[in-house]
Write a protein that binds this ligand. Sequence first.
Ligand SMILES: *[C@@H]1O[C@H](CO)[C@@H](O)[C@H](O)[C@H]1NC(C)=O
Ligand SMILES: [Zn+2]
Length: 360
Amino acid sequence: MVLSRRNNPIILILIFIISLFITLSLYNIVLSSSSSSKRDNKAGVETKPDQTLKQWTKLNNDDLQRFNQTLKRILVPRVVDTPSHANVKNFIVNYLNNLEWTVEQDEFETNTPMGRKKFTNIVGTLNPQACKRIVLACHYDSKYFPDFDFLGATDSAVPCTMILELLRKLDPKLKQHKNQNDDITLQVIMFDGEEAFQRWTNDDSLYGSRHLAARLNSLSSRSNLCPRNVETELDRIQVLILLDLIGEASPRFCSYYSKTQKMFDHLSRIERKLNRFKLLETNRLSGTNYFSRCPFSTSEIEDDHIPFQKLGVNILHIISTPFPLNWHLEGDDGRNLHHPTINNLMKIFQIFILEELKLI
Ligand SMILES: *[C@@H]1O[C@H](CO)[C@@H](O)[C@H](O)[C@H]1NC(C)=O
Ligand SMILES: [Zn+2]
């Protein structure tokens, strides 16, 4: 076809851009399918998901409804030492009790810029006898703002809901693991008082995690099944996996510590596998990219892991960087959550925990 000179140049440019786009997309499809099949063949990896993988990445309507119900119970103002905070605390404690987990409440009082306050960390353990623990953690308090009711959906109602729903979804498998009396188990820590009452300082922040890390470090190990190098309750933590600022679209998580690089790579590998088998919800041709290689300069973020990290605990910090768009704003009230992303992360974490505990 020959284009006459009278054609509108804008249309010509548009046609050129569109055809360039189509060419590039086609090229991309060919490239990605050929490279993934090459990878499959070379590594001898299966080209179809097995039944186990399919089963544990399936979220049915019941699961999604339960997630919403649990989130609704937590997504309320829950400023430390208020009645609505106590409701959320009781909800979480009951939830863990109903799953037959052993629950401890680490209560303490301390001074804050807003006076003396009472805090409660919640610690749930699947099998208290097992020496070592893989800890899943979040903070359940919400930040106090004088001028509006802050709900903290990503901060951290969603991360806490994800943990609770993960335990429920995996419950049959976890009960099976508990009965095997392995030397490792799962523990959940829901921290209180992560947020500063005023401006974030060393004294005004991380109230719960500072208290609990110090306390566990001062208690000698209560398990008689531990090897000799495990002296304190803190030593029993194999890894602290802290979830924070999760729930908006397209998060990116970075690896901050070389000691947990392998675990981070495990998450990244699961994500790639689920993308390859089209088990994640995404519009992107290349799939999701949550667990990525981040710039070398990525610096550590102050959060509940810090008091533990300072005492030598292995840390996996799963926090969106950059922070969600509505971080510490009124908009972090649930309206801006992206449920496909939350579902995808649930699937990745479900497989991750099952594989780390060698349950599949
Ligand atoms: C859960 O809540 C979200 C946001 O309100 C909604 O879009 C979704 O349809 C709900 N899911 C179910 C299964 O009710
Ligand atoms: Zn916050």
